[in-house]
Design a protein around this ligand. Structure first.
Ligand SMILES: [Zn+2]
Ligand SMILES: [Zn+2]
Length: 142
């Protein structure tokens, strides 16, 4: 009996951890880093470790529940919306926004036609200067 309950506890705990992490990610559109998710989750589960958060984020990604976005040399950001969509990354403030245009399936068809490869999905990131940063720069100018 005791052995059974000991075995059950970690599994129930990890399910709860994963659920809270998913809730945190689904509640924001800011495409946060694992560190930010960790800080939020800690308010609900104070004794959770960053490693556990990281492991669960990777697991949720593998399950197709969230998306992991890596932007070159900077560390990964996570997206609670796993549906294909584009992102805009501001070079000045570093924020990542969802781009509100349809995903161009015709690009995948073009690659398929040209090379015969089976395309599963594509990712596109736009880089530039967001409206807030643009406005700040305009205000600085004399
Ligand atoms: Zn910006
Ligand atoms: Zn997104």
């Amino acid at each position: 009996m005791e052995v059974k309950s000991q075995k059950k506890t970690p599994r129930r705990r990890s399910t709860r951890q994963r659920r809270v992490i998913l809730q945190v990610l689904r509640s924001t559109k800011s495409h946060p880093t694992a560190d930010w998710v960790y800080e939020q989750v800690r308010q609900e589960i104070p004794n959770i470790s960053l490693g556990t958060v990281y492991r669960n984020l990777k697991l949720l990604r593998d399950m197709g529940e969230v998306m992991e976005l890596s932007f070159g040399s900077t560390y990964s950001r996570f997206d609670g919306n796993p549906e294909p969509h584009y992102h805009f990354s501001c070079k000045d403030c570093g924020r990542v926004f969802d781009v509100d245009i349809p995903v161009a399936k015709e690009l995948e068809d073009a690659v398929r036609r040209q090379h015969g490869w089976e395309v599963l999905y594509h990712r596109t990131e736009f880089y530039g200067c967001c409206n807030d940063c643009k406005q700040q720069q305009e205000e600085k100018q004399p």
